[in-house]
Design a protein around this ligand. Structure first.
Ligand code: NAP
Ligand code: GDP
Length: 314
């Protein structure tokens, strides 16, 4: 039985590969990890050739045009276009070539920014508009959720959507302009420590975020693909929430950077102030699942970044 993993060279794809290698019940040779150079998923001809050639039994669709707040603000049209095309092409060809079951990766960015209540649960995904910073990426992911449901209803497929909160870990994109907050902070502390300069946290530090270590998410992907018998879209989070200010202080301490040298750059947007989601459904499905604590996950990520500085994405 062959499983194709799109986005196999990204952060989640690489963590997933490590987890599969260590799992004695799985055979690494049953998984095909793809990059954009194996197949440009925005190109329908290439996607059809891929499915025709490999004829996978399962799919884990991770590939996406992804980035942090400042990339989402800057590149809305491109992110919408790339993600809608990739998702449509993958779904259409998965169905055409008879892939019965798969995991499709959404994001908590898709949730409304003015919801009727917090924490938001899975039923509230389409309640009202996503935050203005997520009009490109967020809507493209919402459309994929709708289309998975359509395939499930019309063709009796089992295309499951998972909704992780902000992810972080080894193999992340540490680019200073485009990255998410955790890799951005880790990289900037690393640089500022070298020249002993002061540090500016972007925005007020007041926004709240939830984080999941990408190895935890990878383990859950495999559980949902191979063990789960339900059909529910599930939020992937552990309910802990932290402000950007607390997160910055935590990363600065773990990076051995002097916290007194930190100020705010208020010219930079805060983005969404709060997007708290509810992990109750996941807890119900996998009550035993233990998430890595943020300090432990951050420590591992910082160590990985320092040890892999020369070759990592940045
Ligand atoms: P990532 O590290 O940025 O990796 C993106 C992957 O997508 C790479 O393997 C890349 O291939 C591939 N890709 C991009 N454009 C492609 C194209 N046109 N054709 C084929 N492949 C293409 O992403 P990630 O952080 O692992 O995210 C994995 C999934 O989780 C995504 O669906 C993302 O939306 C979702 N997610 C991420 C976060 C987060 O905080 N990172 C949070 C919630 C949800 P190349 O290496 O060849 O470029
Ligand atoms: P979001 O969760 O989709 O908004 O994306 P991010 O992971 O990029 O988190 C953005 C939040 O972190 C915003 O409130 C930013 O103001 C704040 N932030 C503080 N410093 C940084 C940084 O160095 N990079 C990024 N991307 N965000 C930062």
């Amino acid at each position: 039985m062959i499983t194709v993993v799109t986005g196999g060279t990204g952060m989640v794809g690489k963590c997933l590969r490590e987890i599969i290698k260590k799992n004695k019940e799985l055979n690494e040779n049953d998984f095909i990890f793809l990059s954009s150079s194996d197949c440009d998923l925005t190109n329908i001809t290439q996607v059809e050739e891929l499915f025709k050639r490999i004829k996978p039994n399962y799919i884990i669709h991770l590939a996406a045009n992804v980035g942090g707040l400042y990339k989402n603000l800057r590149e809305k049209t491109q992110m919408f276009k790339d993600n809608v095309r990739m998702n449509e092409n993958v779904l259409e060809m998965a169905n055409k070539y008879n892939v019965q079951r798969g995991i499709f990766c959404l994001s908590s960015c898709i949730f409304p920014h003015n919801p009727s209540k917090y924490p938001m649960d899975e039923s509230m995904m389409h309640e009202s508009e996503p935050h203005p910073s997520n009009q490109g990426y967020g809507y493209s992911k919402r459309m994929m959720e709708i289309q998975c449901k359509n395939y499930n209803e019309q063709f009796k497929r089992e295309y499951l959507c998972l909704i992780p909160v902000n992810l972080y870990g080894p193999y992340d994109n540490f680019n200073l302009e485009d990255s998410h907050v955790i890799p951005g902070l880790i990289h900037r502390f690393y640089k500022n420590k070298q020249d002993n300069s002061s540090f500016q946290m972007y925005g007020t530090g007041k926004p709240l975020r939830q984080f999941v270590f990408s190895y935890d998410f990878s383990e859950l992907i495999l559980k949902f693909l191979f063990e789960y018998s339900g059909d529910k879209t599930s939020i992937i989070c552990c309910n802990d929430e932290i402000s950007i200010n607390e997160l910055t202080m935590l990363i600065s301490r773990l990076s051995n950077y002097d916290t007194n040298k930190i100020t705010c750059d208020l010219t930079k947007s805060d983005g969404c102030m709060k997007k708290t989601v509810d992990g109750s459904l996941l807890k119900q499905i996998y009550p035993e699942f233990k998430f890595t604590s943020l300090p432990i996950g951050l420590e591992k990520t910082i160590k990985w970044f320092e040890n892999n500085y020369d070759q990592c994405r940045k």
